[in-house]
Design a protein around this ligand. Structure first.
Ligand code: ADP
Ligand code: MG
Ligand code: MG
Length: 904
């Protein structure tokens, strides 16, 4: 036994914890403790810590001290409740509930009614004065325990239950009486014995210990692992286990169970949102087994519990200063709180709620910024369905998760995955989803179900994934066996037919509905004003949140843009300059021919001629760009890609030449081209003749580009513009390369200044995208006025990955094996690539204190990476125009406080 295990406390009573102990007690346990301490009616219980789980997962056995600690807490609980686990005439029953730090809907398993046995079921009946209830509880125990702890196929129990209902000629389990349920218990026990080779365990403590272990084990199911990867939740947190004394919603009509939100998780509006189910236990509500009633109806059913619930909901909102979702049970008119947490919400609701809470004075601007994130903003920028499109609506369900999704109907997850792999867009249609559908849900554009409400599995999981979902579209008859769906009026949608679903309105259409841009994009584009009377609430909320972010952020946000159109859009979206203008795009189209001439040139004269022809074209490009970004910095990167990219494809050209030769009419130019293509062919073009190397071996190339930039700037000056070009040299590995290019560039700039009589103030800097450059950044800074980290190439060269090759070939395997939780091309690898960025920044600034530092490359628009760049102290990030609002928001969030991942 390690010292660690001796000193640690592995069990906490609900009265001992609080909401800030999520790492140790898991979300559910921490919040149960918080509610207990708030004086809310929580059934007593205790929590086994995540530390105990970690020991179990590492060593394969529970920590030695755990058993005694559990016994001590159980005894205390028994004393408090005045009954004992397994006491035949007055049994204490408990639930064994998982609860990790981050909620994982449907991932982990819970077992209710632990402690019931053949010996105590009669005692429970006598105690409650209700025989039916006792047998119903017992059959639920065997069913849940059999499925989650013993691994028996749940269908077997479902079938036995259906059979019992059929025998009674009823679809409703409430029509089964005590005798029916007693027989069902026998049947269930037979199933367990047959499937596992053992009798159902009758010893209550054994039931409990096995259930605890099953919760520990459920941390590592494939489904749980998949969800964690999706949500970027670390794999080593472990789960806590809550042992909670049972309260019963299945004691009759004066009992029931429900779920509720303190605000509408779709719109953010305050009100009474939730579902209630009479005479039911636990998961019945969420599972959509019977039809729930709206929470508001509870007022009629049980006024005093309803009033108390409203009171508690308002207490929770004020206490947590946020939307909460809750689970409650009413046992014979007494209300019990079984769970609360800060609730998941749609992206739109997140923005609205954050500003509403600021208006209510519950939170400040900095806190408001922690309540939203860039991924949600990105989601709000998705297009929506055109409102007046003449599409045939075939159904109308609950708007569970927003977005506009169009795809081919599929009726099972396997097909969803298969079709989406072959490039089809699919809508997964199910009666209701369950955790086994996760892969299909990930693969689908959207999810449509015919049963279940806002709190159904489909709704909760889709919202978590940011995936469009319409649920509970009841008039659609989904027949998964025959892979079809019948719509009102009798028309049939077959597998493969196109349907469109609107997760914002809940409407379902046959065929493809045209989409329109989101109002948030209209707002950023300046076509909608937040101040206007009719501006929608969402736009106003986004407008305010962006203002909060812009006020606090330290990082500036620039755009990657190569033309005036992108530059103008970027500016409307809030870009404070261009961080990367790729000049290679200016060498394509009709100009390709000039580039070919440049590459094929045999003599200096030929080459100069080609360059002279390119100069005015480049200059015109830069004038437009500098005009669009007038007054703001524009970083132009000199030519970067390998030259062969400008030449015809080698195979195509070889065939053309061979064919011509066989016809005896060889084309001189093609032959020269082919020679050049062969000459320029490289095994590893990514590591070949490109970047600064081009400038050093092709005389005049960089000079031409520098001249075009300088002349464009001079032109803008002459027309009273405010051009601020910055010249950036790519793929530098050593300061010597930079010095040579720099001397040449300075000469050209001086010439242009003299010729035009202007003082241009063009700065010269370099990209840092090779490990050697990062390592020698201190020297390189001698010759560079700014660094821009090219994190795409830096990631490739640090990892030794050729992006195009590795993403397709083995990244999925790497992700599956958990080698990384997310591709290092998507989110910066803090420990490797990030460490180089950090040390190069420090070394660069040690040499040149005012050195400007930025990043261009896709990481510049990735939320998590933006936080990293903020921490390192860069001056700006640069990203594609559409990511700019996201980067602004995340830069604000980083400056205002915590890491982006904490707002999950
Ligand atoms: P999940 O994480 O899936 O929500 P829970 O642990 O919350 O799992 O339990 C599942 C269901 O069982 C919930 O509806 C909850 O309200 C109910 N439940 C859990 N513990 C008890 C208890 N002690 N008494 C009554 N119902 C319970
Ligand atoms: Mg559950
Ligand atoms: Mg729950």
């Amino acid at each position: 036994m390690s010292e660690d295990q001796v000193s640690k406390k592995f069990v906490y009573d609900f009265t001992e914890g609080n909401k800030d102990l999520k790492d140790l007690l898991g979300g559910k346990g921490a919040n149960l403790a918080e509610m207990t301490n708030l004086g809310l009616p929580v059934p007593p219980g205790f929590t086994i810590t995540t530390e105990a789980c970690k020991v179990y997962l590492e060593t394969g056995a529970e920590p030695v001290a755990l058993c005694d600690e559990v016994s001590a807490h159980l005894e205390a609980l028994e004393r408090q409740m005045g009954k004992r686990l397994g006491q035949p005439d007055n049994p204490l029953l408990v639930s064994v509930r998982s609860g990790a730090k981050f909620s994982m809907p449907g991932m982990m398993d819970t077992v209710l009614n632990i402690g019931l046995s053949d010996a105590s079921v009669a005692g429970l009946a006598a105690q409650a004065g209700n025989e039916r209830f006792a047998w119903d509880s017992y059959r639920r125990l065997i069913q849940m325990f059999g499925k989650t702890v013993l691994g028996v196929d749940g269908e077997l129990f479902e079938e036995a239950l259906d059979e019992a209902k059929r025998a009674k000629n009823t679809p409703n389990d409430l029509d089964l009486d005590a005798g029916d349920l007693e027989r069902l218990v026998d049947h269930f026990k037979e199933i367990v014995a047959k499937q596992t080779g053992h009798e159902f365990p009758q010893e209550p403590r054994e039931q409990m210990d096995l259930a605890v272990r099953a919760v520990f084990d459920s941390w590592n199911t494939d489904r749980a692992k998949l969800y964690r990867r999706q949500e970027r939740i670390p794999g080593d947190l472990g789960t806590a286990v809550n042992i909670c004394s049972m309260v019963f919603g299945n004691l009759g009509a004066d009992s029931g169970t429900g779920v509720a939100f303190t605000r509408d998780p779709a719109s953010g509006h305050q009100g009474v949102y939730g579902d209630y189910l009479q005479n039911a236990q636990g998961e019945d509500v969420v599972a959509g087994i019977r039809n729930t009633v709206p929470l508001a109806d509870l007022e009629q059913l049980d006024k005093s519990s309803y009033d108390q619930l409203m009171q508690i909901m308002s207490t929770l909102e004020t206490h947590y200063k946020d939307l909460c979702d809750i689970e409650f049970t009413i046992e014979r008119g007494k209300l019990w709180m079984l769970q609360t947490r800060v609730g998941k919400r749609t992206a739109a609701a997140a923005f609205r709620i954050a500003t509403q809470l600021v208006d209510q004075g519950l939170i400040d601007e900095a806190e408001a910024l922690q309540r939203v994130n860039g991924a949600q903003l990105a989601q709000l920028m998705f297009p929506r369905f055109e409102e007046h499109a003449k599409s045939q609506r075939i159904g109308w369900g609950i708007a569970a998760s927003p977005g506009a999704a169009v795809g081919k109907a599929v009726f099972d997850s396997y097909t969803a995955v298969k079709w989406s792999r072959s490039g089809e867009k699919v809508i997964l249609i199910r009666r209701e989803t369950n955790p086994d559908d996760l892969n299909g849900m990930i693969a689908a554009e959207g999810i449509l179900t015919s049963r279940g409400g806002k709190t159904s599995h489909a709704a909760v999981v889709a919202r978590g994934m940011g995936k469009t979902c319409v649920c509970g579209a009841e008039e659609l008859e989904v027949d998964t066996k025959r892979r079809r769906m019948t719509v009102p009026g009798g028309a049939v949608i077959e597998e493969g037919d196109v349907v469109s679903i609107d997760g914002s309105s809940g409407k379902v259409y046959v065929g493809e509905v045209p989409v329109v841009p989101s109002p948030v994009v209209e707002y950023f584009e300046g076509r909608m004003h937040a101040g206007a009377d009719d501006a929608d609430e969402l736009v106003q909320a986004v407008h305010r949140m962006m203002a909060y972010a812009d006020r606090v952020r330290r990082l500036r946000v620039r755009a990657n843009a190569d033309n005036a159109e992108d530059a103008s859009r970027a500016r409307r979206f809030g870009a404070q300059g261009i961080g990367l203008c790729r000049t290679e795009h200016m060498f394509l189209g009709e100009r390709r021919e000039l580039v070919e001439r440049l590459i094929l040139a045999d003599t200096d004269a030929e080459r100069d001629e080609a360059l002279s022809a390119l100069l005015p074209l480049q200059k015109a490009d830069f004038i437009e760009l500098l005009e669009a970004m007038d007054g703001l910095p524009v970083t132009v990167r000199l030519l970067d890609p390998p030259l062969h990219e400008f030449l015809p494809d080698i195979t195509e050209l070889s065939v053309r030449v061979a064919l011509a030769e066989s016809r005896k009419d060889s084309n001189e130019n093609d032959l020269r081209l082919l020679q050049a293509v062969h000459r320029l062919h490289e095994q590893n073009p990514m590591l070949g003749l490109r970047g600064v190397r081009l400038g050093l071996v092709i005389p005049g190339l960089f000079a031409m580009q520098v001249r075009a930039i300088a002349e464009a700037a001079a032109h803008r000056r002459n027309v009273k513009g405010d051009p601020r070009p910055e010249i950036m040299i790519p793929l530098v590995g050593t300061v010597q390369e930079l010095e040579i290019v720099r001397d040449e560039a300075e000469k050209v700039i001086a010439e242009v200044q003299a010729a035009t009589g202007t003082d241009l103030k063009i700065t010269l800097g370099t990209m840092i995208e090779l490990p050697r450059a990062a390592i020698t950044a201190g020297q390189i800074a001698e010759a560079a006025e700014f660094f821009s980290f090219g994190t795409n190439d830096l990631t490739q060269t640090v990892w030794g990955f050729s992006r195009d090759d590795v993403e397709a070939s083995f990244f999925t395997a790497y992700l599956e094996k958990g080698i990384f939780g997310v591709s290092p091309f998507e989110t910066i690898d803090r420990e490797g690539v990030g460490a180089l960025v950090r040390s190069a920044s420090e070394a660069g600034r040690a040499t040149r204190p005012g050195l400007k530092l930025g990043v261009c490359g896709e990481h510049g628009g990735d939320p998590e990476s933006v936080h990293f760049f903020h921490e390192v102290g860069l001056d700006y990030v640069s990203c594609s125009p559409f990511r700019i609002p996201v980067a602004r928001l995340e830069a604000g969030r980083a400056a205002a406080g915590k890491r982006s991942s904490d707002s999950r």
